[in-house]
Design a protein around this ligand. Structure first.
Ligand code: FES
Length: 163
């Protein structure tokens, strides 16, 4: 779902509905965390506390699971999530250089979000578009070998859309 304000009552309501629909709550922590991340985009402390209360488990247990699995994140994603494919086909065709260009241009590392909240950066395994390698996704848009030579131009296009 797409909540207007990510930490709104509407989002919490959606999460509570999901939890209430579960027959067995205590063993459902991982699926609840997945659902929460899908709804909120990330798992801030207050969402973890909400889940702990609703499931009747200690907050420390929720926190332990969130920090253990790399697919859970406590950092909000940017409005545009940049994913640089580091799968084999992309890697051998220069994905590392593309990734470094994005890091240098935005001044962030993998897993981080720009201060203005516009972009976040991730490195992924094969995204299934090897023919276009190296591949970068920006949100749902796919960019291949010709375009990613100039990542600055691509990212400036998204900045311009925000003005
Ligand atoms: S390795 Fe990058 S799309 Fe397959």
């Amino acid at each position: 779902m797409d909540c207007e304000n990510k930490l709104s009552a509407q989002c919490y309501g959606a999460l509570k509905d999901y939890i209430d629909s579960l027959e067995e709550k205590k063993g459902a922590l991982i699926s609840v965390l997945h659902k929460a991340q899908e709804i909120f985009g990330y798992l801030p402390t207050e969402v973890q506390e909400f889940i702990a209360v609703e499931l009747g488990v200690p907050v420390s247990k929720v926190y332990g699971v969130v920090s253990f699995y790399h697919f859970f994140t406590m950092t909000p994603k940017g409005k545009y999530s940049i994913s640089v494919c580091m799968g084999t086909a992309c890697y051998v065709r220069g994905a590392e250089k593309v990734l470094n260009n994005v890091k240098n241009y935005l001044g962030i590392e993998v897993g981080e979000t720009t201060e203005d909240g516009l972009f976040s950066l991730d490195a992924l395994r094969c995204v299934g578009a090897c023919g276009l390698a190296p591949v970068v996704l920006v949100g749902k848009d796919v960019y291949g070998k010709q375009e990613v030579k100039d990542m600055k131009k691509i990212l400036e296009k998204y900045r311009a859309m925000e003005k």
